[in-house]
Every structure is written in C-alpha cells, then in structure tokens.
Design a protein around this ligand. Structure first.
Ligand SMILES: [Zn+2]
Length: 133
C-alpha cells in the first residue's frame, strides 16, 4: 500500500516529475554517448596543448554520460516503484520518505536519516585522514 502521505495528486505530480527527468536524461545520455569524440584539431598543426585539451573534453563527457546514465537507472527504478506501489517508502527502514524530500529528489530510495547514515559510512570508509581508535 502506498504511504498515506502520498495522496494520489502528489503521487501523480511526482511521477510526472520522474517521467520528465527520465525523458531529459535519455536525450542527454543519447547525445553524450553519440557525440562525435573526434577532437577538432588538425593532425598536422595541432600543438600538444591542443591534444591535451581535447583529451580533457572527451574525459568529462564520458564521466558525464556515466553519471547521467546511472541517474537514469535510478529514475526508472523509481518509476517501477510507482507502478508497484512501493514508491516513497524508505528501502532501509520501511518508513515514509518525506514528500518534501521526494520533491527535491523524486528518485530517492531512502529517507533522509537513512541516506545520511549511508553517506556517513561511505565517508568514513574513504576518509584517509581518520585515525583508527
Ligand atoms: Zn529510512
């Protein structure tokens, strides 16, 4: 059963947001993946600096495509949850994800406190400066 806080109007609004985001991201990823990666510098006159700049451009567009396609997966998962009636429920603690949080992050899987717990764990794992006690 969908959470009580999500009235059908709110759910319709949120799924509309998700569908728009899904459409935008699909177009974006499509464009990023099929962008012509050939640097626009002449092989004969290019300086090293030109090639370096071209490499950086290619790297960032790949990184962007990866980030956007993983967000696209998140958004389609969220749309599946709307279909199955599990949308808006935290996957970690089973409580409602707040409506205001969903407005900001329509594809959110966890409530704010669970999300913060996950991020704190991730930070402490990658934090090299932390001293073990
Ligand atoms: Zn939670």
């Amino acid at each position: 059963m969908p959470p009580a806080q999500l009235t059908s109007t709110r759910l319709t609004d949120l799924s509309e947001l998700l569908r728009q985001r899904h459409r935008d991201l699909s177009l974006l990823v499509e464009r990023e993946l099929h962008a012509d990666g050939t640097p626009e510098v002449s092989v004969t006159t290019a300086t090293d600096a030109d090639w370096t700049a071209a490499d950086v451009d290619t790297d960032t567009s790949i990184a962007r495509a990866e980030r956007d396609s993983s967000e696209l997966t998140e958004v389609s998962d969220a749309l599946n949850r709307v279909q199955s009636g599990h949308y808006g429920v935290c996957e970690a603690c089973g409580k409602d994800i707040g409506y205001t949080r969903l407005l900001v992050h329509p594809a959110a899987r966890r409530c704010l406190s669970c999300q913060q717990a996950v991020e704190a764990k991730r930070d402490s794992r990658s934090g090299l400066s932390r001293q073990p006690r």
